[in-house]
Design a binder for this molecule. Sequence first.
Ligand SMILES: Nc1ncnc2c1ncn2[C@@H]1O[C@H](COP(=O)(O)OP(=O)(O)OP(=O)(O)O)[C@@H](O)[C@H]1O
Ligand SMILES: [Mg+2]
Length: 457
Amino acid sequence: MFKEKVLVVDDDELVRWSARQALKSWGYEVHEATDIKTALTTIDAERPGAVLLDIHLPDGSGLDILREIRQLSPQTIVIMITGNVQVADTLSALRGGAYDFISKPINLDELQVTLRNGFETKKLRQEVNKIKTERSRLFSFEQIVGHSPSMKETLALARKVAESEATSVLLLGESGTGKDLLAKAIHYASRRSDRPFVAINCATLPANLIESELFGYEKGAFTDAKSRKEGLFEQADGGTIFLDEIGEMELSLQAKLLRVLEESSFRRVGGLKDIPLDVRVIAASNRDLRVEAEAGRFRLDLYYRLSVIQIDIPPLRKRSEDILGLAETYIAHFNEKLRRHIKGLAPETKAVFLRYNWPGNVRELRNCIERAMILEESDLITLKYLPRGIACDFSTLSTEPDKGFVLPPGGVKLEEVELSLVRQAMERSNGNQTRAAELLGISRDQLRYRLKKIGLA
Ligand SMILES: Nc1ncnc2c1ncn2[C@@H]1O[C@H](COP(=O)(O)OP(=O)(O)OP(=O)(O)O)[C@@H](O)[C@H]1O
Ligand SMILES: [Mg+2]
């Protein structure tokens, strides 16, 4: 069974002996050192979970090696053993990173509790670190697919902004282009990543609540304000506040937001005091805010303030180089999540994906792949389970009274149309070639020829 290691550093034989007996009986693996030098080599070699460290040692003071211990083994917790407690020593020990201290003669019950708490703290710290690492991986720039030149440029700018001290950033892009994703990536790549990321959707908060939600209120600010309440800006202090759909924010509130940005301070509702604030505001909108501003629906001064750093995320149809990469990423993602073994997109699906104009952008692509991966029977994503609007570019092959089939505005690739229709006919006839040929109005031989050509027979 795994035993936690505890190193006892004391030159007093009796202290070590009694600690050793107790620690062993509590199930710890015990190591001992009588001076600083041996203590450091043991810590380096054994990486004990905890060190009981006497302050007065033959070759120096235990206080002086706290920093070294932290460097050698950052996870180790140090509990100082102090003879006669000197407040100054205790303070400097705690400041130097010691977890706690106990006084001599050692009270074993106290030692047991202190150690248990120490190990508990250590475990929690490790868990927090794990979660933080996981979180920054999840929201890192690496997760964002962008091979196209325009997206590369966007991402490079966003990375630069993340590392900068810029306190306001404006993200503009159509719905589903990744504004949420980019806002989080900027936060977690910034020096603010340990502080909160607070997201607010300005479109869904009721106008009469949004001011007190954002800025909090003082006791008595209105009838229901029985005590002071912290607003979201205050909660995000030191971190990032994400104002999604900023275009929906009321004009009067926009004025207050502008003040916060210009003065780095805010006032609670009903408050008289300006409270200083260090928060980065990332605002996002899927509207063209300049047009909104010029039409008087958005404050021009706020737009100018926000657009100092403006990041435009191009719509997917303008960066078709990203489509297949995104599809691959999502196929891998859903293979894992849905326990499927889909190998990729069928050739005709690739062609359709590249030509479709993706009004819902990446979100639409993602949803489309998820749906197809739940339903698809083959190991490729064919056109069978794609939403009509996407698969049936062929639906635009609808007929009009005197034109016959209507050529879609973006054109078609005739071979693909043929391929898709042949596939559909084969599917509808459950593989019966005679029936499929009938559906297509060709002979069975002509069908066979086509099946061969596209590798289906
Ligand atoms: N470049 C990308 N790489 C990988 N996934 C992406 C990318 N862009 C967007 N996504 C994914 O697409 C989906 C939609 O993205 P997101 O919610 O960030 O869009 P949005 O711009 O905030 O949309 P809306 O305006 O509707 O709020 C999310 O699942 C997101 O993870
Ligand atoms: Mg969004």
